[in-house]
Design a protein. Structure first.
Length: 133
């Protein structure tokens, strides 16, 4: 995820979408919005990427919640909304076994476990059936 954000950041700067005047927060938000499209493509190719989805989801959760030494990207509201959409795409890519494994790994008391449970609830309520008849 960090590598993807760096590449998208360089692309945004090179294309003129991010400048010193727009600020770092706007640049991160633009890159996160670009990543939403990448994760939507991963969800569309579920058969190919389903075995990698838990790893992508874990990396995404760490960046959303933050680590003990780093600030979370969820502190930036625009980036947080875009990364949340990425997480919903990853939940759509994961199968029941992968979801159960992630819940067992993170538990219900850790920040990652709480974030995963909240995202899964949101997925079950809104994203799962969106656009389906």
């Amino acid at each position: 995820l960090q590598g993807m954000l760096r590449v998208l950041g360089r692309f945004a700067i090179a294309s003129g979408r991010c400048t010193a005047e727009s600020g770092a927060a706007a640049c991160v938000a633009a890159c996160a919005a670009s990543m939403r499209g990448v994760y939507a493509e991963v969800e569309a190719r579920k058969a190919i990427f389903s075995k990698y989805a838990p790893h992508l989801m874990a990396d995404l959760l760490v960046h959303m919640v933050g680590t003990s030494g780093g600030a979370p990207l969820s502190a930036l509201s625009d980036a947080s909304a875009a990364l949340r959409e990425c997480g919903l795409c990853m939940l759509g890519t994961c199968g029941p076994r992968e979801l159960q494994q992630m819940h067992a790994t993170y538990g219900s008391q850790s920040a990652l476990g709480v974030a995963l449970a909240a995202m899964r609830t949101d997925f079950e309520r809104r994203h799962k059936f969106e656009g389906k008849v």
